[in-house]
Design a protein around this ligand. Structure first.
Ligand SMILES: Cc1cc2nc3c(=O)[nH]c(=O)nc-3n(C[C@H](O)[C@H](O)[C@H](O)COP(=O)(O)OP(=O)(O)OC[C@H]3O[C@@H](n4cnc5c(N)ncnc54)[C@H](O)[C@@H]3O)c2cc1C
Length: 543
């Protein structure tokens, strides 16, 4: 189906097109959907009991106090209608909500007047006419994993936290516990349906590696809220889900780390784990001293006979810990494992669990509770230097302004393993530039307070800013690959508006690296009026 004629029926229902135009433009199936468009999208306005609940992000710092209307499409045709209705009133103040998990306020902010909430656009399956897997953009990771596994025995190497929405997650890259084994989620993407607005009216565009190739490529890592409204992701093939996944957990008390200077050894042991195969994914939670411990979580996914491979790997891990002198300091996990994935209670965190893979998915899926949070990220191409080990040890023992009454029990630097199959893909094959790193770092800090919103100067925010600037002092306070070849910028799915303090456009430069010029050209073509804009959206090319 051609891009232009794919779908105009929804917009017809919104009064933007004539019926004749719509009839000539759409398939019979889509026309049938549109005929019921009186209730598609749902239109939710202030006074409706649902309204207040839908103007708040997962992160309690973010809300949309000036929002006037929320559209909830029930079908992809309804999404076209919704965008037409929203842009008719608020052409530059409409935002799209997939799962609502953005780290920054791109969706929920004071300027947002209309929200298109895709929560009910959540079908997952195989299109009988093409045999292609699809997932609509309002589905969550949990919907995705369950349907793909139960119905087809396959999966995707997407994120671990169950409530994250596919809308923003997939087009930003989509990275998780199977990524060293199977690559990034976008490495499997073969098509997208996107509602774009090149003239006055929205149209649903199907983009693949052969049709509208530029728009398709932009969705292989270009990030949400930039080019249009994604209604559907497509995958021609998907990898088989593993049968088993063993989880190994090691903890060290900060008391011992500080007394015996264990941090350099822990970091170099963690790097050794990269050598054990692509089915090993490791997470090092370098928690603030207030939390008491540093914790390593390692997942070995495998198929075949349960027990043999996992027991043998347990032996390998124990030997490596003994050789590095760390084994004698290992202690049981003492309190809840924090950060994403987190919410693992200490009591349930055994040092070795040989699970069926689905059990592991359920064990490591914790999004945590709705609270306030601030994040930063960095890709690393080389292991931590001795100097960085010293800096992070200092900062993880530091309270904001020396005030030990500040709750720092949920503050950490999380080091995730990268590489493996991810790094077999070229930097320009998809829009994800970072294809030769070994770690992806996620700085996280969370706190509770009874009131929503943010001042932006909370002590935890000040701490994470100071920590990050100190870690990258050698490259100007940010992981800038132009100044330090051992770092490679930041992850677009972990956006951080503080980067703009280093010059407007620093965020997109660090997220997209050498792919930024191409993304800017595509932005200019597909969103020429700039309807899809947020604090760090891709800038349109100027020539
Ligand atoms: C608890 C938690 C765990 C996480 N774990 C991981 C992880 O393991 N791996 C990982 O890679 N990332 C992870 N992330 C980051 C996550 O990938 C991003 O926050 C992602 O953008 C969330 O998508 P969303 O649809 O839920 O968010 P939203 O806030 O709804 O959207 C984020 C951005 O994408 C845009 N957008 C959303 N839907 C669409 C659409 N259909 N079309 C166009 N634009 C759209 C929005 O307008 C916004 O700009 C995690 C985040 C959280 C909060």
């Amino acid at each position: 189906m051609e891009r232009r004629d794919f779908l105009k029926v929804g917009a017809a229902a919104a009064g933007l097109f004539s019926v004749a135009e719509a009839a000539s433009a759409a398939t019979a199936q889509l026309a049938a959907v549109a005929s019921a468009a009186g209730s598609d999208p749902l239109v939710i306005v202030p006074g409706d009991t649902r309204f207040v609940g839908l103007t708040q992000g997962f992160n309690r710092r973010w809300n949309a106090p000036n929002c006037q209307v929320i559209y909830v499409p029930l079908t992809e045709a309804g999404a076209v209608t919704a965008l037409g209705m929203a842009l008719a009133s608020f052409p530059y103040n409409t935002q799209i909500r997939g799962g609502g998990h953005c780290y920054e306020n791109f969706v929920f902010n004071a300027g947002t007047k209309a929200i298109i909430d895709l929560s009910l656009l959540n079908q997952i399956g195989v299109d009988p006419s093409t045999g292609v897997f699809y997932a609509q953009a309002g589905a969550t990771n949990w919907d995705l994993y369950r349907t793909l596994y139960w119905q087809y025995g396959v999966t995707l190497p997407a994120g671990s936290c169950y409530s994250v929405g596919l809308g923003g997650h997939i087009c930003g890259g989509g990275y998780g516990l199977l990524s060293r084994l199977y690559g990034l989620t976008v490495d499997w993407l073969t098509g997208v349906n996107v509602v774009t607005v090149q003239g006055k009216t929205p149209a649903l565009t199907h983009a693949t590696s052969s049709a509208n190739q530029d728009l398709f490529w932009a969705h292989t890592g270009g990030g949400g809220g930039n080019f249009g409204l994604v209604t559907r992701y497509e995958f021609a093939t998907l990898p088989t889900a593993p049968q088993y996944a063993a989880i190994y957990t090691y903890a060290w008390n900060w008391e011992d780390i500080n007394k015996s200077n264990l941090m350099p050894g822990i970091l170099s042991w963690f790097q050794q784990l990269l050598g054990y195969g692509n089915n090993v994914f490791s997470i090092l939670k370098l928690n603030h001293v207030a939390q008491g411990q540093v914790v390593a979580l390692i997942q070995l996914s495998y198929s075949g006979v349960q027990g043999a491979e996992s027991a043998s790997f347990l032996g390998t891990l124990q030997s490596s810990l003994s050789e590095t002198g760390l084994a004698s300091y290992v202690v049981p996990v003492a309190s809840e494992v924090i950060g994403h994935p987190g919410s693992l209670s200490a009591a349930a965190t055994l040092s070795f669990q040989d699970l069926r893979w689905w059990e592991a998915v359920q064990t490591l899926n914790g999004s945590g509770s709705n609270q306030k949070g601030k994040y930063k990220s960095a890709y690393m191409r080389a292991n931590f230097t001795t100097a960085q080990a010293a800096v992070l040890t200092t900062w993880l023992n530091t309270w904001p302004n020396g005030d030990t009454t500040v709750d720092m029990t949920q503050s950490l630097l999380q080091v995730d393993s990268y590489g493996g199959r991810i790094n077999t893909v070229g930097s320009t094959e998809t829009a994800v530039w970072q294809r030769n790193s070994i770690f992806k770092l996620q700085y996280q800090t969370y706190w509770q307070d009874p009131y929503e919103g943010t001042t932006g100067t909370e002590p935890q925010v000040q701490w994470i800013r100071g920590f990050y600037a100190a870690m990258y002092a050698g490259s100007g306070g940010i992981p800038d690959p132009n100044k330090d070849a051992t770092v490679d910028g930041c992850y677009v799915n972990y956006p951080d508006v503080d980067l703009e303090a280093y010059g407007t456009g620093t965020g997109v430069r660090l997220y997209y690296g050498g792919n930024l010029p191409q993304l800017s050209k595509i932005k200019k073509i597909w969103d020429p009026n700039g309807h899809f804009t947020h604090a760090q959206s891709v800038p349109p090319a100027t020539s």
